[in-house]
Design a protein around this ligand. Structure first.
Ligand SMILES: [Zn+2]
Length: 266
């Protein structure tokens, strides 16, 4: 369970930052820090400034946009000069994530359309067949279907399959992870939640977003470990995080990386 407004856990970041026209450049405060705008190589870029205890200026680009972390002693002028020095890298990263955002599910369900499966971008390959079937390999998501040109049917069939996959991939992981810390196996169900990757309640019921199927397996695994740890510690105390670390060594890095993908939920 991830009680708001705690910034921990697998709850998503705030709404994604989009690149807009530069007409409204006033900084705004959000729970995650201040949102500002800078023009890099002629392009208006929104970025979030988070004040943190650190000696250097940290930059991160994820699905939700550019985030800068700096101590509160660092001026905006210093931050912007650092951003300007790294503008090429920033624009390249933003473009990469822009692609991911677009390619989570196809806009048109046609052969060649990109789809995100377990952190990999696959190309849809639609083939006529009597029997409906789907298979993923390294490059393609091959869909056999009686009406390969009926986009609505294809979309429904593929999304249904993705949900099945989400459960197929997560269930053994939940069971194996839970078996390490409790004798009572949790009940697991998929959710369509737009607000979180997963949740756990005091009845030992774990809900997982079916969109976990889009994530690199390691990050989905972290979400599972996080929720399973809540079976024993229904809080975000130091004891909880120590338990997560036991179940998923190196969890802090995965937790940070997951932040880059949270906009997938929105
Ligand atoms: Zn949690």
């Amino acid at each position: 369970m991830m009680p708001a407004p705690s910034p921990v856990g697998t709850a998503p970041a705030r709404s994604p930052l989009r690149r807009n026209d530069a007409s409204d450049a006033r900084p705004r405060s959000t729970p995650d820090g201040q949102v500002r705008r800078i023009v890099l190589a002629g392009e208006a870029i929104d970025y979030r400034v988070v004040r943190a205890k650190r000696s250097s200026i940290g930059m991160n680009v994820g699905l939700a946009g550019l985030t800068v972390r700096a101590s509160r002693w660092v001026s905006i002028r210093e931050i912007e000069s650092t951003l300007a020095q790294h503008s090429e890298w920033i624009l390249r990263q933003l473009a990469w994530w822009q692609e991911r955002r677009r390619d989570v599910l196809p806009q048109a369900w046609k052969t060649g359309a990109p789809i995100l499966y377990q952190g990999r971008e696959l190309a849809l390959a639609l083939r006529p067949a009597h029997r409906k079937e789907i298979a993923a390999d390294l490059l393609n998501l091959t869909v056999l279907h009686p009406s390969p040109h009926d986009e609505e049917s294809i979309a429904a069939f593929v999304v249904h399959w993705l949900k099945d996959e989400a459960l197929r991939l997560a269930l053994p992981l939940v069971e194996a992870t839970a078996a390490r810390i409790t004798d009572s196996p949790p009940s697991v169900a998929l959710s369509n939640a737009r607000s979180e990757w997963g949740s756990c309640n005091r009845n030992g019921e774990i809900r997982l977003s079916w969109r976990l199927v889009h994530l690199p397996p390691r990050l989905a695994h972290y979400v599972v470990a996080h929720e399973v740890a809540h079976l024993v510690e229904l809080n975000h105390s130091p004891r909880f995080w120590a338990l997560v670390e036991t179940l998923f060594p190196g969890h802090a890095a995965a937790r940070r990386a997951l932040q880059d993908w949270t906009a997938l939920l929105e």
